[in-house]
Design a protein around this ligand. Structure first.
Ligand code: ZN
Ligand code: ZN
Length: 421
């Protein structure tokens, strides 16, 4: 692959770029180890990339690659034909098997390419029930990922449905090509040496996280159109960004792309109002212009100009669904933001803007959190929920200050850009 790695971007064919994406995912993102197993999840739309990832996995010494492919038209048939009880069912046996694979040391590679609007026309009640059942069944496997017990990575693949949503009004093959190019650029695939580019970018994110960790802020204060929000940070919180060592000792960069540094807010210490700056694509529905008000960390009022009923059902999933589990800082000048594209996909859009997530907190963002019992994590303010839903609150109009425990403030971002060094 070295001849491909040094070729200038203009001479790269689509096939070469696809191959680079697979290589970067497996080698830099996932850090797949010789002899390790891989569980690969995707949809049938991404088969060309699935096969390249599989090839790179075996070339990196994978012991076994097990691929699970979903088919979105088949998923829709459930909403058209299944009996009512179906929507409380989930394939527990499958998710338990995935959890067991992870407990036995398998790495997890995901290729995300869901149509963000797939379930937009379906009954939100059924969508919500199906997702709750799936979340419950998936929890043991999900825990292996959120506790960072295993190395994992997620990349995206362009598909016709997704591309047409992102680039409406042009022929579908052109839309797909444009979306692929956006993915390649966001993932640094068209840089002369994508592996080196990722290592430099990773070092940069670590520098930012180290800065925030040295500051030990008590809270962040956000000001912007429709936003006046104070987010209290969890006790013993830790900022993370880019890659880190999973507990199996493997260095991995889970999200590709990634531009964020993030930590765990205190579940009881968020106050004020916040307005979303990009639509949230949640379980096939677009939720637009979210406006929520927090009191003592809990959402007491929630509105949206579109998808409000889905938003209400989402935050009603459980008590933790109304509280924050993540806060993340992304400069407005990030390459994803600079592209000007709304991807309708959190993997990309969350890297275009500062964001918050409702629901489950990452224990890895608490000092020694991975060795703590749930009650110890909760005592430090880490939220617990079946959901973890990121949405964007950053823009070129947002100012953020760091607040110290003694009340002193320090400017962090002005008009969406870092000011502090
Ligand atoms: Zn995030
Ligand atoms: Zn998140």
């Amino acid at each position: 692959m070295s001849s491909v790695a040094t070729a200038p971007q203009t001479t790269l064919t689509f096939e070469e770029k696809l191959d680079r994406l697979a290589k970067v995912a497996v080698e830099v993102g996932l850090g797949l180890q010789e002899g390790q197993e891989m569980v690969l999840t995707s949809t049938v739309d991404a088969l060309p990339l699935v096969r390249r990832v599989t090839a790179h996995a075996y070339q990196a010494g994978a012991n076994l690659v097990t691929t699970l492919l979903a088919d979105e038209p088949s998923s829709l048939l459930r909403y058209q034909h299944a009996r009512n009880e179906s929507f409380d069912a989930a394939a527990d046996w499958l998710y338990e098997g995935m959890a067991q694979a992870y407990r036995n040391g398998a790495a997890r590679q995901a290729i995300y390419c869901s149509n963000p609007a797939l379930l937009a026309k379906e009954d939100p009640e059924k969508v919500s029930r199906a997702n709750r059942a799936m979340s419950r069944a998936y929890r043991p496997a999900m825990e292996q990922i959120t506790k960072f017990n295993i190395n994992w990575n997620i990349i995206a693949a362009a598909t016709p449905d997704w591309a047409q949503l992102v680039f409406p009004g042009i022929p579908v093959d052109q839309a797909v090509e444009k979306l692929w190019n956006a993915i390649f650029t966001a993932c640094r695939i068209d840089q002369p040496d994508p592996v080196a580019a990722w290592k430099a970018h990773d070092a940069n994110l670590h520098k930012r996280a180290d800065f925030m960790n040295a500051r030990r802020f008590h809270a962040l204060q956000y000001h912007g159109p429709g936003t006046n929000l104070k987010v209290g940070l969890a006790d013993d919180h830790k900022w993370l960004g880019g890659g880190s060592f999973a507990h199996n000792g493997v260095y991995c960069i889970p999200n590709m792309p990634t531009e964020e540094i993030f930590t765990t807010p205190h579940k009881n210490r968020t106050e004020g109002t916040v307005r979303s700056t990009k639509p949230l694509s949640h379980q096939g529905t677009l939720i637009k212009d979210i406006e929520v008000r927090f009191e003592n960390g809990r959402i007491v009022e929630a509105h949206a100009s579109a998808g409000e009923s889905v938003l209400q059902k989402m935050i009603d999933t459980d008590e933790g669904g109304r509280r924050l589990g993540e806060v993340a800082l992304v400069p407005h000048s990030s390459p994803i933001s600079a592209s000007g594209i709304l991807f309708y996909n959190t993997l990309f859009d969350e890297n275009a803007a500062c964001h918050i997530a409702l629901g489950q907190a990452y224990s890895t963002c608490i000092e020694n959190g991975e060795n703590m019992k749930p009650e110890e994590l909760a005592a430090r303010g880490a939220n617990e929920s079946l959901i973890h839903v990121d949405w964007m609150i950053g823009s070129g109009e947002i100012d953020i200050d760091g607040l110290h425990a003694d009340g002193k403030t320090e400017p962090l971002m002005r008009k969406g850009e870092w000011v502090a060094e």
